[in-house]
Design a protein around this ligand. Structure first.
Ligand SMILES: [Zn+2]
Length: 77
C-alpha cells in the first residue's frame, strides 16, 4: 500500500481493525513518515491530491525534517 502523505510504496501497515470483525474500519501507519489514518476518513482525506500541498510530504527529503526537539536537562531539586 502507498502512503497517502509521503507517497512511498509498500511502507504502510495495518495497525488495527474493527474489533467486531465487520471490516468497518482499519487504521494504517506509514513506517517512513509515521503518518497514520483510518480507512473511514472522508474521501477527500484519503486522496492526497485533494489536500492542501502544505500537508503533503511527497517529494520532501524526510531526513531534513526529522530533527528531534532537544530535551532540556533535569532541574536540580
Ligand atoms: Zn508516509
Amino acid at each position: 500500500m502507498k502512503c497517502i502523505r509521503c507517497g512511498k510504496e509498500d511502507s504502510v501497515h495495518v495497525v488495527a481493525k474493527a474489533p467486531d470483525g465487520s471490516g468497518a474500519w482499519e487504521i494504517y501507519k506509514c513506517d517512513v513518515c509515521n503518518y497514520g489514518w483510518r480507512s473511514s476518513e472522508p474521501a477527500k482525506m484519503l486522496d492526497s491530491s485533494k489536500w492542501d500541498p502544505f500537508f503533503s510530504l511527497i517529494g520532501v527529503d524526510l531526513n531534513k525534517l526529522m530533527i528531534p526537539c532537544p530535551i532540556p536537562p533535569l532541574r536540580e531539586k
